[in-house]
Design a protein around this ligand. Structure first.
Ligand code: NAD
Length: 464
């Protein structure tokens, strides 16, 4: 595995020019070529499982099972499906028109937008880098990938593997940090796909606006969990929610961020959380291979600081290992609404429980904050479900489990408001990098039908 190395400006310029020339030459257009590149992505992942697992273990101590299932498996599945459905997605659409427009061949053409810039984050550095690339390939677009400098081992592996598998005239990796990405954002792209936090997203969107470049923003935020104790099984709910905080040590955009539960049920839920903590062996977190580390010292300190400042009562966890950047899944109860844990996205294995009067107050709390990426609710009550559908906004709304909804590739993945815009996965990704080109072909033989449109206008032609 090579050391992480930032690319030079000359290398960026070369990649930029090459990708644009490739697009203009039409190399990425044939479906057979796109399918071959998609298969090469699959091959790249399948033939390098050990290297990728090792890189993620270096960056995040990510357990191999989470890397194989959550990173490699996800992309292999989506690339396979994209190759299988590409012809169907890309086929022209003939639209239905009024009788007088028959014979005009009104068609919607699906055409690649052009060269895509993908800027990806560290938390799922394979899946979140390659997911947009798979979409770009399917759509017939070249793509330049800028992975995160915060997961340097994985970013280096991507740079090493790309030339061995993918057509270098169309798919390149540029590594680097803020200077490199700032330079990339000055260039004109045909689409920019950014996954990361909402502060940097504003920089990306402003830079894109200079060139009127369309942007997809996949962001995060605080995803709430509403517990309706009247109709849910608290034991299963507690186990599922706590599990959601263990996956990648809570460093996942759709991690449950905090729990809203009617005050009267808090004691029972806390008991259920304690039992779940035993079942999930969270006391072994600091040493176990089944748990990830916090990605960097900065993020470790940020979480430690949030925990120290919280006025909530500790329920489980609370242990940390600074040297290995490990934090036990930690739950606080009776967290007040002005608590440090409720300020920004936690993005770590810490769960505040916020007692509310009732479900109505939970909805008001959610609506008083930015629209989350995901809203979770544990309830079997159809009325509560419908109220949540009707009265809240979020990228997705999922009942009775956390994180697992991500496995449904066919659903659009996206945020709303502060959690981002644009969509992805399978056809939604294809659509994101495709533009719809309207086309009609009006035969010259229809000329007699148009006599009324030519001046001079007369009463007779207007009535006709
Ligand atoms: P990060 O720090 O790795 O940054 C993401 C990318 O932004 C990197 O490639 C980085 O180089 C680039 N970047 C850094 N500074 C920049 C600048 N000044 N201008 C342009 N680009 C710059 O990742 P992060 O932001 O810490 O990621 C975590 C956030 O991402 C969380 O908020 C999480 O919820 C969100 N997220 C969202 C999704 C999703 O699909 N919606 C997925 C994963 C993470």
């Amino acid at each position: 595995m090579s050391e992480f190395k930032s690319n030079s400006i000359e290398e960026v310029d070369d990649a930029y020019k090459t990708l644009h020339a490739t697009f203009r030459a039409g190399i990425t257009r044939p479906f057979s070529w796109r399918k071959h590149q998609l298969n090469q992505v699959i091959l790249m992942l399948r033939e390098n499982i050990d290297i990728i697992v090792q890189a993620l273990a270096t960056d995040l101590r990510k357990p191999s099972q989470e890397t194989i299932v959550g990173e490699i498996g996800t992309i292999v599945r989506r690339a396979t499906q994209s190759a299988a459905q590409l012809d169907e997605w890309a086929s022209d659409e003939i639209v239905t028109v009024p009788d007088w427009q028959q014979g005009w061949s009104p068609t919607v053409l699906k055409r690649p937008k052009g060269v895509v810039l993908v800027i990806s984050p560290w938390n799922y550095p394979i899946a979140l880098s390659l997911q947009p690339v798979v979409g770009a390939i399917a759509a017939g677009c070249p793509a330049l990938l800028k992975p995160s400098e915060i997961s340097p081992a994985t970013s280096s592996v991507l740079a090493d593997l790309y030339p061995k598998y993918l057509d270098q005239s169309a798919y390149r990796v540029i590594n680097g940090g803020v200077p490199e990405v700032t330079y990339l954002l000055k260039l004109k792209w045909d689409h920019i796909m950014y996954t990361g936090n909402a502060v940097i997203a504003r920089i990306v969107a402003k830079a894109a606006a200079e060139h009127l470049t369309p942007v997809t923003l996949e962001l995060g935020g605080k995803s709430p969990v509403v517990i309706d104790p009247k109709t849910t099984n608290l034991k299963i709910a507690a186990k599922r929610v706590l599990w959601g905080k263990t996956v990648n040590a809570g460093q996942i955009c759709v991690a449950p961020d905090y729990v809203l539960i009617p005050r009267s049920a808090q004691d029972d839920f806390v008991e259920a959380i304690k039992e779940a903590a035993v079942e999930l062996h969270i006391d072994s977190t600091l040493t176990s291979d089944s748990y990830s580390s916090i990605v960097s010292e900065g993020h470790f300190k940020r979480l430690q600081n949030m925990m120290t400042k919280s006025s909530g009562k500790l329920v489980v966890g609370g242990n940390t290992d600074e040297q290995n950047r490990r934090i036990t899944p930690t739950v606080y109860r009776d967290v007040e609404k002005d608590d440090s844990l409720l300020e920004g996205e936690i993005f770590g294995p810490v769960l505040p429980i916020v007692p509310v009067d009732d479900i109505r107050q939970a909805i008001e709390y959610i609506n008083a904050h930015p629209h989350p990426l995901t809203l979770y609710a544990f309830t079997e009550d159809p009325e509560v479900k419908q109220t949540l559908r009707d009265e809240t906004r979020s990228g997705s709304l999922n009942f009775n489990d956390v994180i697992q909804p991500l496995a449904v590739d066919q659903l659009p993945f996206s945020g709303v408001g502060e959690s981002g815009y644009g969509h992805q996965t399978l056809k939604y990704s294809y659509d994101e990098y495709t533009y719809l080109r309207s086309s009609v072909d009006i035969p010259l033989a229809l000329e007699p039908h148009f006599s009324a449109r030519y001046p001079p206008y007369t009463q007779a032609t207007t009535e006709a």
